[in-house]
Design a protein around this ligand. Structure first.
Ligand SMILES: NC(=O)c1ccc[n+]([C@@H]2O[C@H](COP(=O)([O-])OP(=O)(O)OC[C@H]3O[C@@H](n4cnc5c(N)ncnc54)[C@H](OP(=O)(O)O)[C@@H]3O)[C@@H](O)[C@H]2O)c1
Length: 319
């Protein structure tokens, strides 16, 4: 099968399209999927670049697992003996490693039926980014009706889902993004929108119950005076603890105004929940661009620029 692989860490040029063996069933709980679409996440870019924490997982000097990709949407081709939920021909989406390839063989627990009203492209855009936003707002911040939630980096993959989900949870949402994104982000359900190129929200004197730094560009300290007494700052920056140990230490000593780091945990319950929201018209992925798998380097360059509007998706096999 065709796959995008990388044999060394570095710039997008390390990626190549090549033929590799079909994945095999390692256990009876797995599902073989023909991949129609997969999204490209910052996660892929961090692994490709070989940041130290990713090297500890995937090889210090060169990658052990060669295929990137963590989100998938496709059709079931075969199921293991213990798989009862899915059958051949089902349209599924979910989380699985190595999805930048024509076939993947994930564990059934990371999968869910596709929303009936979504295309494969749309479904592939959902899993990692939407689960991250959902878990941060619903589980970590425990957002309640009427609370004031500020989403920083509201136009990115995680951010644009966070605006919609905070609004769904009943919050009064303030979205922060740059000028060219103001209009479409407002239409996602933000009550107020702030252009960070013109003013800093931390200077506006307002207080928020939750500040979700969806793009990892702020610090707890820079948000402190914008938090209510019981407010919480959540960062999605995967390596926040390495950069800001002092801030976490200070947060742990405080009775109020806490800083939390969130690492998403993919699971089928959250996917089912997100699927229902999509079917009810309460959540919609925004896709800036779709690249054929052959243009994987260009897709990575796009993500590397850090200015994606919503999500980037790969076209891998046709239906
Ligand atoms: N913790 C977890 O489990 C988890 C899961 C997923 C992602 N992440 C992390 O979360 C972060 C965001 O991921 P993502 O997929 O949403 O990224 P992304 O889609 O690449 O984010 C791009 C967005 O960031 C905005 N942006 C760039 N610089 C900004 C700035 N200085 N201030 C405000 N917005 C800015 C851009 O908007 P403008 O063009 O308007 O500036 C763009 O819309 C990454 O660090 C990623 O590694 C963590």
């Amino acid at each position: 099968m065709k796959a995008a692989i990388y044999r060394s860490y570095g710039a997008p040029e390390v990626l190549e399209i090549t033929d590799v063996e079909l994945p095999t069933f390692k256990d009876d709980d797995r599902v073989l999927i023909r991949v129609h679409n997969a999204s490209v996440n910052q996660y892929d870019n961090l692994f490709r670049k070989g940041y130290l924490p990713t090297r500890l997982q995937n090889g210090l000097t060169k990658p052990k697992t060669l295929i990137l990709g963590i989100d998938v949407a496709g059709t079931v081709e075969a199921v293991g003996k213990n798989v009862q939920r899915f059958k051949v021909g089902d349209r599924v989406f979910g989380s699985c490693l190595g999805s930048h390839a024509e076939f993947v063989c994930p564990h059934q627990s990371g999968l869910c039926f596709m929303p009936k009203n979504a295309s494969f492209k749309e479904a592939a855009a959902i899993p990692c980014a939407a689960q991250t936003a959902l878990q941060a707002l619903r589980d970590i911040a425990q957002v309640k009706q009427g609370q004031k939630v500020l989403v920083y980096g509201a136009s990115g993959g995680v951010g644009h889902f966070a605006v919609q989900l905070a609004s769904y949870l009943g919050a009064e949402v303030t979205a922060v993004c740059s000028t060219s994104n103001l209009q479409w982000v407002k239409e996602l359900g933000a009550h107020e929108i702030i252009d960070y190129t013109k003013k800093d929200f931390a200077e506006n004197g307002k207080k928020y119950d939750v500040i979700l730094d969806a793009v990892g560009k702020r610090t707890f300290f820079s948000c402190l005076r914008s938090l209510t007494e019981t407010g919480v700052y959540i960062t999605e920056h995967a390596f926040y603890p390495m950069y800001h140990p002092l801030q976490l230490m200070v947060s742990s000593l405080r009775r109020h105004k806490k800083a939390k780091i969130h690492l998403a945990r993919p699971n089928d319950k959250d996917l089912d929940f997100l699927c229902t929201l999509v079917e009810e018209g309460k959540l919609k992925p925004v896709i800036e661009k779709c690249y054929p798998l052959d243009q994987i380097k260009e897709a990575h360059r796009h993500i590397d620029r850090g200015r994606t509007k919503g999500k980037i998706v790969l076209d891998i096999t046709s239906e």
